[in-house]
Design a protein around this ligand. Structure first.
Ligand code: AMP
Ligand code: MG
Length: 401
């Protein structure tokens, strides 16, 4: 078949063609309270030292280590340091200060002895073993003022958001979310809540695609599904191209007479490629509709998820130079042969299990691309490269779901 665009190409080629059509991303400053999954546009610099002062990591007594070398040692208790104590306490030789976790270290002390190892008698504490310096958290040992905590391109996770707060940072500059339209197509589709009659199915892809878009830190709008009608499809695409940064459709991209997304793209859009050597999910189309990037995903539910992760997700992360953290990979040994096709990237649904300290992957559930239950029950997808065979015993890259 001769086409004016790349046809039935490798997954790598597909990803690199999409990346030629990146959208320039503007930035905004937001509160760290609303920062989950957002991507930093500028680096984050600590405003304070952490810890800001030497303090204790244990409940116990702050002492001078030299005073505790000969046990039992008897030291005079001269006060207490709580978390939040406002003035720097101090001790002298032969003295001990009761100290709580987070309490400032007194000057004159260099170590902590945990409370479990102490006997208190009146205003004296008796130690049965020497103190340890490693219970002292030193000023600036976690990070220091002016230190770069994260470079631009970092995706904000719950842990990183807490770290910003600990470093005194209330606002961060991030890339604006892309606004992405999700349009499902098909005569057989029905909305949730409607009664299904013979031949109909619930429209489900747009919900998963919206969630994937949000998982990647962007904003998704589900359009009402469009029946297989070229005029209605054109209207929806025109509307989406005008008001959104990117369009994701589902369904209608295969070889059939009623695959109208593909047909309208051939007649009126700009196709950049059609069909990719991947299993499942070979029908996708990518191009521009009135200048707006459009990813035409297959309607088969598993394919729509797999193609999103394998192509759209890569495009989304590349637009901010972000490492593709949303795709977490591990290596696992295949516990059985997996059906592959030479030249294709193969994404089979697998579950993971451990035996004798080795992580194995085995096929999970029905592997049909129409079976959303199979992918929903799986731990991951194999990423078997075009030149790999997927044989029992092979170590395989697994994309965790
Ligand atoms: P298509 O890609 O339009 O040929 O559709 C392939 C298969 O996916 C058919 O069995 C459709 O019924 C199904 N399908 C298409 N769109 C959706 C959708 N939005 N939700 C669930 N299944 C769909
Ligand atoms: Mg269809």
């Amino acid at each position: 078949m001769s086409k004016q665009y790349p046809y039935f190409i490798s997954l790598d080629e597909a990803v690199s063609i999409c990346n030629e059509y990146q959208i320039k991303r503007s930035t905004e400053t937001i509160s760290i309270s609303n920062a989950l999954s957002r991507v930093l546009a500028t680096s984050v610099i600590a405003k304070v030292d952490d810890p800001g002062f030497d303090n204790s990591s244990m409940d116990g007594f702050a002492v001078l280590h030299a005073d505790t070398l000969k046990v039992p040692a008897k030291l005079t208790i001269v006060g207490v340091s709580n978390a939040g104590t406002k003035e720097q306490p101090c001790i002298e030789k032969g003295e001990a200060l009761r100290i709580m976790t987070g309490g400032p270290m007194p000057s004159g002390a260099d170590s902590i002895i945990p409370i479990e190892l102490c006997t208190i008698e009146g205003d004296e504490v008796i130690l049965q073993e020497p103190s340890k310096p490693n219970y002292v958290r030193k000023k600036g040992e976690n990070f220091t003022q002016q230190q770069e905590l994260f470079p631009a391109g970092t995706i904000m996770s719950p842990e990183k958001i807490s770290l910003c707060a600990a470093a005194g940072i209330s606002e961060i500059t991030v890339y604006k979310k892309l606004k992405i339209a999700v349009i499902s197509t098909g005569d057989e589709l029905k909305n949730l809540g409607d009664e299904l009659t013979f031949g109909q199915i619930y429209e489900s892809n747009s919900y998963g695609l919206k969630s994937l878009i949000e998982m990647y830190g962007h904003e998704a709008t589900r359009f009402p599904y469009v029946i297989d009608d070229i005029k209605l499809l054109r209207e929806a695409l025109d509307d989406a191209a005008k008001n959104f940064d990117c369009i994701i459709t589902s369904g209608g991209v295969s070889m059939g007479d009623r695959d109208f997304v593909r047909i309208i793209m051939e007649q009126e859009g700009e196709i950049k490629f059609w069909r990719v050597k991947m299993r499942p999910g070979s029908p996708p189309i990518f191009g521009l509709w009135n200048g707006t990037p459009i990813f035409g995903l297959p309607g088969n539910p598993v394919s729509s998820h797999v193609v999103f992760r394998a192509i759209v997700g890569k495009w989304l992360t590349a637009s901010t130079n972000t490492s593709d953290y949303n795709s977490k990979y591990i290596s696992a040994t295949l516990s059985e042969d997996i059906k592959t096709q030479s030249g294709f990237t193969t994404f089979r649904r697998v579950e993971l299990f451990e035996k004798s300290g080795i992580t194995y992957a085995r096929l999970k559930g029905h592997q049909g691309s129409g079976n959303i239950a199979g992918i929903a029950q799986s731990d991951g997808l194999t990423v078997i490269l075009p030149d790999e065979k997927g044989r029992k015993g092979d170590v395989c890259k697994i994309l965790l779901l």
